[in-house]
Write a protein that binds this ligand. Structure first.
Ligand SMILES: C[S@@+](CC[C@H](N)C(=O)[O-])C[C@H]1O[C@@H](n2cnc3c(N)ncnc32)[C@H](O)[C@@H]1O
Length: 306
């Protein structure tokens, strides 16, 4: 959706607006979103220039893997730092007190986010390492593989933040999953893993909370929100990437709501018992729990893979 159309429609949620994100965020009220999860330009296309010439046929995608991500990732150093300060400032303004901001960022500059955000009332809470289990192999073998990316996590103000602690083993500031930009759902050059986005959303937001992503790309944040029952708002400069996200969003199912069904027990034919369906929180949606309510005091449950 174009920005004029979005404004005309009363700036609805669950929309990706095709516009420059500073322009978009300036239309938003102070303290209006619960959480921000984003993946801005790292400005590394120039550094990657030599690698672009080594496009490898071993990567399974229809088009070759690109290291020059586009004009949006090719700023001068000063332009890049100024732009980073500007989007960070807008994010801090629209984030509610107690809200969380999480950003992927390049390894050299990740501490810049924390320093800048401190003056804007944001406290650095953690740095998460994402271990990409499918890094590009090293052919020259003169350095480590680039197998990790980093995410900065901050929270606004003094108010307690939303933090849904899962099992201890799920709460390491370390996450392992393949890099989707080689094996993902879209042709976006820097698509991030849906699994990681959903994990973060479940921890840092509650159902129906509003998540902002000013750099939506292929729409991974939006899809993660839909699949976890959260609301989203996003901005994306490229019309092609907006179309990519729209197609993805159309194909995305919201989570199963708690619903009542009925089933014959088979033992006492003709007797129907209500069933509650609940998506299993521990898997990626391939599992459901059935709760069988026999009487107010007797509830049996079982899980099934679907
Ligand atoms: C690193 S990618 C995000 C990828 C995304 N996380 C995904 O999983 O697909 C950054 C995106 O920001 C967009 N972008 C760059 N500068 C922008 C700006 N000023 N306003 C809005 N979008 C911008 C680019 O077109 C690109 O798609």
């Amino acid at each position: 959706m174009e920005i004029a159309e979005w404004k005309e429609a009363g700036k609805p949620l669950n929309t990706i607006v095709n516009c420059e994100c500073l322009k978009g965020m300036r239309q938003m009220a102070d303290n209006s979103v619960d959480t921000i999860i984003t993946d801005p330009p790292y400005n590394i296309s120039k550094l990657n220039d030599n690698r672009s010439k080594l496009n490898s046929p071993i990567i399974r995608r229809e088009s070759p893997l690109k290291y020059d991500f586009g004009e949006w990732d090719n700023l001068s150093r000063t332009e890049f730092l100024d732009f980073t300060k500007s989007w960070l400032k807008e994010c801090c303004r629209v984030l509610k007190e107690g809200g969380t901001i999480i950003s992927f960022f390049n390894k050299e500059d990740i501490s810049f986010l924390g320093w800048e955000a401190k003056d804007l009332g944001i406290r650095t809470r953690s740095i998460i390492s994402w271990h990409k289990t499918n890094p590009v192999p090293s052919f020259r073998k003169v350095n480590y593989l680039s197998a990790c990316e980093f995410l900065w996590v901050g929270s606004k103000g003094e108010k307690a933040w939303t933090f849904n602690f899962k099992q201890q083993k799920e709460m390491h500031n370390f996450f392992e999953t393949p890099n989707s930009s080689s094996y993902g759902e879209t042709e976006h050059p820097t698509e991030k893993p849906l699994k990681l986005l959903k994990h973060l959303i479940e921890i840092h937001t509650n159902e129906n909370d509003i998540v902002l992503d000013p750099f939506m790309g292929s729409g991974t944040t939006a899809v993660a929100c839909i699949q976890t029952g959260r609301q989203y708002i996003g901005f994306e400069l490229s019309e092609d990437y907006c179309k990519m996200s729209e197609a993805r969003i159309k194909a995305t199912q919201p989570p199963l709501k708690q619903e009542y069904g009925s089933m014959s027990t088979g033992v006492d034919s003709g007797c129907s018992i209500p069933i509650f369906f609940k998506p299993c929180p521990f898997s990626e949606g391939g599992c459901v729990h059935f709760y069988l309510l026999y009487s107010p005091n007797v509830i049996a449950s079982c899980s099934a893979l679907i």
